[in-house]
Write a protein that binds this ligand. Structure first.
Ligand code: FES
Length: 113
């Protein structure tokens, strides 16, 4: 694993199933890490494209999360709002290696400034 490119953020089994945890980024935007029912892991900037609701507190269903504020459904795969809603939140690439989660370093730091 190329550590210049990938950031180790800890073991998969510390992520609650169907839940999320947040990862503060120094000087940048908080990231939400999601765990789906079938064990996949996704990372998005923790801000709903509607009014910056904390997506990490939403409900995960399949590969979507429902925003806790006004119930927009956001794709965990590409960050787009689903249905009639429009907007997109940045997605951070994720890799699982040896039971650990790695996220794209450059993308994670992009929310800076
Ligand atoms: S802030 Fe997420 S739906 Fe309104």
């Amino acid at each position: 694993m190329d550590s210049a490119k990938w950031l180790d953020i800890g073991p998969v089994d510390q992520l609650p199933s169907l839940g999320a945890r947040t990862l503060p980024v120094q000087g940048g935007k908080e990231i939400a890490i999601f765990h789906t029912a079938n064990g996949e892991v996704y990372a998005l900037i923790n801000e709903c494209p509607h009014k910056q609701g904390p997506l990490s507190e939403g409900i995960v269903h399949d590969t979507t999360v429902t925003c806790p504020l006004h119930s927009w459904r956001i794709s965990l795969i590409d960050g787009h709002a689903l249905g009639d809603d429009e907007g997109c939140v940045p997605v951070i690439p994720v890799k699982i290696d040896n039971g650990r989660i790695f996220i794209g370093r450059a993308e994670a730091l992009q929310g800076q400034g």
